[in-house]
Ligand binder design. Structure first.
Ligand code: ZN
Length: 222
């Protein structure tokens, strides 16, 4: 998980978000509950320009696990504050609440999780690297200074699910091994430059970022 800079609100939301919100809230009142409202009132955020903007904002990565979206999985528009919770119906069409997410994180892990005391971190608002880091020995995410919001985020988005940890650990082992081989040939800097150029096209760019920072430290050590 990493910080991204939120881009400009797509035109469909600038034009209609307010109207769609009013219609949705009045339908909830009329029908007596959110679950009884027709999907057509709930799903209007599913616009092509919203999907395009989110995909671009997240450079085709999942907002939680950072897997690449669009090759083995479709992207889902994610409501960080779950739209099904009464307190958050009003944020269904709120651009600041929309994120880009892989199907697995969306449907099997984050779901409608929310912690009102220690909210899940917002990748477009919180400085994620001040809360979370990847342990380069284990491949697991860790909360920095025991931060409770970071702990909620790890737990409620499944950041340390077994398959993710295993793949991250494998990447760490291979990258460190390759780095040492290049270092022996005096090519450590070239290796890191190559890695930096590639990282946005890989799964887990923030893992590569942490690895590059760590390995750059080794390069500088006499
Ligand atoms: Zn994901």
């Amino acid at each position: 998980m990493r910080f991204v800079k939120r881009t400009e609100k797509p035109l469909s939301l600038t034009t209609y978000a307010e109207q769609w919100t009013e219609e949705l809230l009045s339908q909830i009142e009329k029908k007596g509950s959110y679950s009884k409202v027709d999907d057509e009132y709930k799903n209007k955020y599913r616009q092509e320009d919203v999907k395009d903007a989110l995909e671009k904002m997240y450079t085709c990565h999942c907002c939680y696990c950072e897997s690449i979206i669009g090759i083995n999985t479709y992207g889902r528009i994610e409501h960080l504050k779950p739209k099904s919770l009464a307190q958050f119906h009003k944020y269904t069409f709120d651009w600041d609440n929309l994120h880009w997410c892989c199907e697995i994180c969306n449907t099997s892990y984050k779901k409608a999780n929310w912690n009102f005391q220690y909210p899940i971190l917002d990748p477009s608002a919180d400085d994620i690297s001040a809360y979370l880091r990847i342990n380069l020995q284990t491949g697991e995410y860790e909360e920095i200074d025991g931060n409770p919001r970071a702990a909620t985020t790890i737990k409620d988005t499944g950041l340390n699910r077994e398959k993710l940890v295993k793949v991250r650990r494998r990447i760490i082992i291979h990258v460190v091994k390759d780095f040492k081989a290049y270092q022996k040939c005096g090519d450590a800097e070239a290796f890191l430059t190559g890695l930096r150029e590639l990282m946005e096209d890989m799964n887990f760019p923030s893992l590569y970022d942490e690895l590059i920072t760590y390995l750059s430290g080794i390069t500088r050590t006499p």
